[in-house]
Design a protein around this ligand. Structure first.
Ligand code: NAD
Length: 459
């Protein structure tokens, strides 16, 4: 045997699984086709988009918001090339960091495309081909952008989030197809940098899957910032005609613009993996079916992250990577899917964990709702970021927290306390009785927990 475990894919799911398994004493190999480790998240997803979100926010603040703080800024000009270079350097530091962690944990890295070649056999195709034997395999091949038929990607004018992370100039008019996470995050980046941004969404709401009221309130805030939304609008085609991009929509006039960002979801990467050599069959959405231990139908073969069922989130993949590695090494390992937060990194951020109101209503659960606005809070006022609220949904009989939904400054950081509360089975009263430092944004969570019982102090 070359290895106890081979991980295919070095994204947040795969590289974390490899490190955790190595910590537990396994001899681990990890196959990655890209030169840089870290997967979509580190190279062309979460990390570069956050670097741009921060930079574009600072630019916007310098031009439009600092005056309110009594700071006069003149000559605040955009140096887009420098902004993109900084983003690339953040990415490089992190992807190199994964290299370092692999070396530190003695994970053997293989450069190439991995595939199964029968039980216990894995082949690496590419410049450094190899045939390996292993006791276990974790498939962590991630996902790629979904393409709508009729939309002609040319990588320059009509493209995915990958291209939208590196436009070499600010588009005059950016049309975003899909009002989901990617469209809102990157749409808001280019809006802040000066583009006109129009979001075309097929459904009658943005951020499908998140709490309906939260999504509606978030949309109002984004509209105030100048993002344009056209809901119930199905895009049928998009292409560059040599002069401009033309986007056609069902039952409406074509829209002309200079860039199109297609963000209509992602699909699992499960082709060419040799799954048939061990008898694994994909489900109808081309995902790899797994049991609660992340085991596939083939003995010793596990799958995690975007290529299996569930939300396509880096932290969900990471937790599955740890759970799969621990299960392989120790026979134990689990993920609590009720406590997986989701965050949309707009400005302000939107964050949720647990059940939405829609889900509780559909399940006939008797719940109570406590809400507290940031506009009543001293620290939010001091920050000058008062849009939004924290909303706590708790079981009416037991007071157990079932869901927390936040629209507001640093919602993505604040949701961690709510995820911990759900993980520990906390009641709203537990949060209400926990001393929160003053003045911090976290107090808004405490006030929302109190509000469910009509006891919030500052409202
Ligand atoms: P999404 O699934 O979040 O949203 C896609 C939207 O496109 C949907 O609302 C859908 O109704 C709409 N749509 C589909 N076809 C359309 C058409 N023809 N015309 C108009 N609208 C259409 O997809 P995404 O934003 O591309 O993100 C992909 C995945 O990446 C998601 O699973 C997301 O969770 C993940 N992601 C997460 C984060 C984060 O957690 N912050 C960030 C980026 C991506």
């Amino acid at each position: 045997m070359n290895h106890d475990l081979i991980v295919i894919g070095a994204g947040p799911g795969g590289y974390v699984a490899a490190i955790r398994a190595a910590q537990l004493g396994l001899n681990v190999g990890c196959i990655e086709k890209e030169a840089a480790l870290g997967g979509t998240c580190l190279r062309i997803g979460c990390i570069p988009s956050k670097a741009l979100l921060e930079s574009s926010h600072l630019y916007h603040m310098a031009r439009h918001e600092m005056g309110a703080h009594g700071i006069k800024v003149s000559g605040a000009d955009l140096d887009l090339a420098a902004m993109l270079k900084r983003k690339d350097s953040v990415v490089e530091q992190l992807t190199r960091g994964v290299d370092f962690l692999f070396k530190k944990n003695k994970v053997t890295r293989y450069r190439g495309t991995g595939r199964l070649a029968g039980p216990g056999k894995v082949v690496v195709d590419g410049e450094q081909p190899a045939e390996l034997t292993t006791k276990s395999v974790i498939i962590a091949t991630g996902s790629k952008p979904f393409m709508i038929p009729g939309v002609e990607f040319d990588g320059k004018h009509v493209g995915s989030s990958t291209e939208a992370l590196s436009y070499d100039k600010v588009p005059e008019h950016l049309v975003v197809i899909g009002g989901g996470v990617i469209g809102l995050e990157l749409g808001s980046v280019w809006k802040r940098l000066g583009a006109k941004v129009t979001v075309l969404e097929f459904l009658d709401r943005i951020m499908a899957g998140m709490d309906t009221e939260l999504a509606r309130d978030a949309q109002k805030v984004f509209e105030k910032q100048g993002l344009e939304f056209r809901l119930k609008t199905r895009v049928t085609s998009a292409k560059y005609d040599g002069k401009q991009c033309v986007v056609t929509v069902e039952g409406g006039e074509p829209i002309h613009c200079d860039k199109v960002l297609v963000s209509v979801g992602r699909v699992p990467v499960t082709d060419g993996l040799g799954l048939e050599t061990v008898g694994i069959q994909l489900d109808s959405k081309k995902r790899i079916p797994v049991d609660k231990h992340l085991q596939t139908t083939a003995a010793g073969v596990y799958a995690i992250g975007d290529c299996i069922e569930g939300p396509m989130l880096a932290h969900k993949a990471e937790d599955e990577g740890v759970a799969a590695a621990e299960f392989i090494a120790t026979g134990y390992g689990h993920v609590n899917y009720d406590a997986v937060p989701s965050v949309v990194y707009t400005e302000p951020e939107v964050a949720s964990v647990g059940k939405t109101e829609d889900e509780l209503k559909a399940a006939g659960v008797d719940y109570r709702k406590g809400s507290f606005p940031f506009s009543f809070h001293g620290r939010a006022k001091a920050l000058g970021q008062t849009d939004g609220y924290v909303r706590v949904l708790a079981d009416k009989a037991t007071d157990r927290i079932l869901g927390v939904h936040i629209l507001g400054p640093r919602a993505g950081d604040l949701i961690a306390e709510a995820a911990a509360a759900i993980e520990f089975g906390a009641s709203a009263e537990d949060i209400a009785r926990t001393c929160h430092a003053h003045p911090t944004l976290a107090e808004v969570f405490k006030e929302a927990a109190l509000a469910g019982d009509g006891r919030s102090i500052h409202k």
